[in-house]
Design a protein around this ligand. Sequence first.
Ligand code: AMP
Ligand code: MN
Ligand code: MN
Length: 328
Amino acid sequence: MSAAPLFSTAAPVHHVAERITAARSVLILSHVNPDADTLGSALALGLALDARGTSVEVAFDEPAVPESLAALPGQHLVTRDPSRTADLVVCVDVASSGRLGGLVDILETARDSIVIDHHASNLGFGRLNWIDPHAEATVVMIAALLDELGCPLTTEIATDLYAGLATDTVNFRFASPAGHRLAARLLEAGVVADEVLRPISDTHPFGWLTMLGTVLTAAVLDPAGARGLGQVVVRIPLETAAGLRREELDAVIDIVRTSAEAEVAVVAKQTDDDVWQVSLRSHGALDVAEVAVRCGGGGHPRAAGYTFVGSGAALTAQLDSAWNVPLT
Ligand code: AMP
Ligand code: MN
Ligand code: MN
């Protein structure tokens, strides 16, 4: 039998709502390299609390909002210099405190903190932890929280929620019936899906096409990899990524994962000399989060990642040995 967890990770939504209602100032934190789920969650909650008269800030450890997410409503709440004296810090879609980057110290000194997340690997690093691995996106939990708080779904709030829901479910492929019902509510609130999603997942500069040509030509398919189910690995070295946004690099995995011969797709994006951000995707037969955790990262069964320090060759060797450890 496993030991009892140090923290409960299943705080009910009304406890979360009570703590948020009691706070006069709230700082909402998103994870590094923010995606539409973490930023959509933060901005939707931020806009709702702002409308109730709570003092709200949204922050994450990056110099700016990614260009592809710059149209999400509520940008005026984002600050690069967050207050360290907020009554409450709320982390959204942040799987571990390390994913806060340099803002982790804010959490350590916060008067009160709540973690709202859907990563199964989240151990609960807040005072109050509401972690629901069954939620297909953190925005689904935020929508439930806003209902609990009695906050109306304005078009702006609905737009933020829709962006996170559509992207984390791979355009609703992994959305539950409840996720689809939420999507319908968001559309009824005025969301224009194509306008919201085109800049996020469907817009790249021409240079992306030539970069794709270069890295896909060098893709390696190992039919014996990933426990014999096949693995395809693509590396994006710094020089190939030069001049492109993070969005272009993060989109490569969606092309690579279409390989029929491979259960697992891997894209290793070089971020510095001997530093790689590794993205893993599976079609569902293998749990890539287990391998990512073994390599020091985290994620979901079908989408996970980690940071690797070392050469490109050492990266592949570590991954191969991570697959060869018997999975629990
Ligand atoms: P990505 O491949 O960057 O889209 O990430 C896929 C999933 O893996 C997301 O749910 C992330 O939260 C998680 N993830 C990615 N990189 C890391 C990391 N370095 N540490 C922990 N989790 C990560
Ligand atoms: Mn995320
Ligand atoms: Mn998410």
